[in-house]
Design a protein around this ligand. Structure first.
Ligand code: PMP
Length: 296
């Protein structure tokens, strides 16, 4: 599903066949979840392939690694170039790109001496589909920021996301909503939350959530549209008296939320600020900031 015999991946500066590469079973990342990754989307534009906010994603990858003491000796600009080349070599345009920084064999809990980087890409539709979501408030909370570096995109953090997703789906919901350890609204397993009340947008402040690049884009778009956004700590009851809500993330893009547990948002999605932002986002990602059309 993700690759075939011809698929190339980028591994430590070289393009190699995905089917012919392997990794060490003694990797510290495999055993302890001690690695960092990114999720990036590329779009077909009038001028060729555009990797949306590629530099911001690789910068976050670097920050994530450094925050958890994983040495990151890769150049952000070179990784951006490598991503364009990877897409071109695989004939991909509308694609999801997954860089992963993983550690050498090490069964101890010390910091690694050597790490690798791989980048792979595949075609991937909207991660949460295009139907409005029915959310379940999770029994799991997001990891406490004093237990982990919550602003880093660390492999091991995603066990929390997987538990919450499975719990929601097993109970017949589409997706989970996680609170933070103080009981304030935090985020989805792989997306940030916004909600609308009386023409104003609200979103959880940074501190207990992943600082999403799509979240930052939504803040920029809202400003351009003249929509006020309030960031803060919000109780569930505030969300469950809101007019409308949406999730945003690179994989999910912008997707409307129909309900949270048994509360159904009263405003029609087509009349919401979220819908306007969804259209705006769809245009924005297909307008390239930097497009490479050269043949490597
Ligand atoms: N929160 C979590 C927990 C995520 O995994 C993601 C996806 N990376 C997001 C939010 C959204 O982040 P972004 O917009 O940068 O993809």
């Amino acid at each position: 599903m993700y690759y075939n015999n011809e698929t190339l991946i980028y591994l430590n500066g070289k393009f190699v066949k995905a089917s012919e590469t392997s990794t060490d079973l003694y990797s510290q990342t495999l055993h302890y979840g001690y690695g960092v990754f990114e999720g990036i989307r590329a779009y077909a534009t009038e001028n060729g392939t555009s990797v949306f906010k590629s530099k911001q994603h690789y910068q976050r990858l670097k920050n994530s690694a450094e925050l958890i003491n994983i040495p990151f000796n890769f150049d952000v600009d070179q990784l951006v170039e490598a991503t364009y080349e990877l897409l071109e070599r695989n004939n991909l345009s509308d694609a999801y790109v997954r860089p992963l920084v993983f550690c050498d064999p090490n069964m101890s809990l010390s910091r690694p001496n050597n790490v690798s980087i791989m980048i792979c890409a595949w075609e991937w539709g909207a991660y949460l589909g295009d139907k409005q979501l029915r959310l379940k408030v999770s029994s799991y909370c997001r990891p406490h920021p004093k237990s982990v570096k919550i602003e880093a995109k660390v492999c091991g953090h995603y066990v929390n996301s997987i538990l919450a997703t499975n719990e929601a789906k097993d109970q017949g919901f589409d997706e989970a909503l996680l609170l933070d350890s103080d009981g304030f609204i935090a985020e989805g397993p792989g997306a940030n939350l916004f909600f609308e009340k009386d023409g104003v947008l609200f979103t959880p402040q940074l501190g207990n959530i992943l600082p999403g690049i799509t979240r930052a884009t939504v803040l920029e778009m809202a400003q351009k549209l003249g929509v006020e956004v309030k960031q803060g700590q919000f109780q569930l009851k505030k969300l469950q008296s809101a007019d409308s809500a949406f999730y945003c993330g690179t994989a999910a893009e912008i997707i409307g939320i129909e309900s949270v547990d048994d509360y159904k948002f009263p405003l029609d999605w087509s009349d919401s600020i979220g819908k306007k932002l969804q259209n705006y986002y769809s245009e924005l990602v297909r307008k390239s900031e930097k497009v490479l059309t050269t043949t490597h």
